[in-house]
Design a protein around this ligand. Structure first.
Ligand code: GDP
Length: 368
């Protein structure tokens, strides 16, 4: 008897079929797509923006924010071509400490603006990323209603670079948004540092969101920020917080009396509202309407925009010179040496500075 009958050719008791063939692991009908879309040309971008196409606008803003020099040169050309179509908007800066209710309020104010037949872009300047490597404004799901509204364009803060650089990108993005037909621009910033000054230098109206606090709220904010405000609005005036909000309103009003008159001739107003419950929103917006009527009538609106354009020109020169200087390899090596000498008391800070500057100028002369 055979030990393994199944091996016998004549054996039919058990056969192994070859089975169903496996399909190929790669779909042969799927053509490989190029991984990235080719970069659109300047005229494609400009055309798309002027048509109000949000996807094109987003792509152009990405180029504005890019550090890549090719992207930058395309971006600059696009901005220049969009410039004649820009300017026709209300630019409103909104600031407040974290938790003041900026996102809740912007959502509500934004819907108010959109209900009245506008288009709204919400931009942000968040310098916190530079210091903390995180972002105060960007992490949460913010402005939920605006984020899905077809007439709203919500863009988080550009992240890379110095505050000056980040602010310049936002300033340039305003031009693109306006050319795309956005006639309301909100620029949000977090009220913790220098960023208010940057926002103030690119908006027509500066709104400060405050909270009623424990009585020391006036000490908590920097005087400079209050001086910049065209309107102060006290949020969370709801429930049993209403009385405290009114008290804070009175305190802010009397504090504002101590400030010198504003260059616009406008007297900043203090109002209470509740972003969460939607109370007092019309009043806040009426104030802003009145401000625009006032500054358009007295010529301040145009003057402020002209001053801002001049400011950005000089700011860009400063920023460019600074980065050229500090990125120069000769400067980098001299800087470290001279800094050590200053710290060891071997050199005065002024001598050290002038020696580093000399090395920079000599290096420029050699390379020219
Ligand atoms: P942001 O950090 O300034 O953007 O502040 P948020 O908009 O995220 O608001 C911070 C917290 O305050 C959230 O828990 C909101 O729900 C709450 N909040 C915002 N507005 C109001 C308001 O009008 N009334 C009350 N009671 N709470 C509010």
């Amino acid at each position: 008897m055979m030990e393994h009958p199944e091996n016998d050719e004549k054996y039919i008791g058990l056969t192994v079929n070859s089975g169903v063939a496996q399909p190929p692991s790669v779909n042969p009908y799927l053509h490989r797509r190029p991984r990235r879309k080719p970069m659109p040309t300047v005229s494609e971008l400009v055309e798309g923006i002027l048509r109000g196409d949000i996807t094109t606008l987003s792509r152009a803003v990405t180029l504005v924010e890019s550090q890549n020099s090719d992207h930058q040169s395309v971006a600059q050309e696009v901005i220049e071509k969009c410039l004649p179509f820009s300017g026709n908007s209300r630019r409103i800066g909104i600031t407040g400490v974290p938790g003041a209710g900026k996102s809740t309020s912007i959502d509500v104010f934004g819907l108010h603006v959109l209900r009245n037949g506008g288009k709204l872009a919400v931009l942000a300047i968040d310098p916190s990323s530079e210091i903390t490597k995180g972002s105060i404004l960007g992490d949460k799901t913010r402005m939920e209603k605006l984020a899905v509204h077809p007439d709203a364009f919500v863009r988080p803060s550009p992240s890379a670079g110095s505050l000056g650089g980040v602010a310049r990108k936002t300033r340039e993005t305003i031009v693109l948004c306006e050319a795309a037909g956005f006639n309301n621009i909100f620029v949000e910033t977090v009220g913790v540092g220098q960023s208010e000054t940057a926002v103030h230098s690119m908006v027509d109206f500066f709104l400060l969101i405050q909270l009623a606090g424990t009585g020391d709220e006036l000490q908590g904010i920097k005087r400079g920020i209050m001086e910049m405000a065209d309107g102060i609005i006290i949020n969370k005036a709801d429930g049993d917080n209403i009385d405290r909000a009114r008290l804070a309103q009175a305190q802010f009003r009397s504090a504002l009396h101590l400030f010198p008159p504003t260059p616009s001739g406008w007297t900043p107003e203090v109002l209470t509202y509740s972003g969460y419950y939607g109370l007092g929103i019309d009043e806040v917006w009426n104030m802003i309407d009145r401000y625009f009527d006032f500054v358009k009538a007295n010529g301040y609106f145009e003057r402020r925009r002209a001053d801002q354009a001049r400011y950005w020109m000089f700011e860009t020169i400063n920023e460019t010179l600074r980065s050229h200087f500090f990125n120069n390899p000769t400067v980098k090596s001299h800087l470290a040496e001279n800094e050590a000498a200053v710290l060891a008391n071997r050199m005065t800070p002024f001598m050290a500075a002038s020696s580093v500057l000399d090395s920079y100028y000599n290096n420029l002369a050699k390379n020219s």
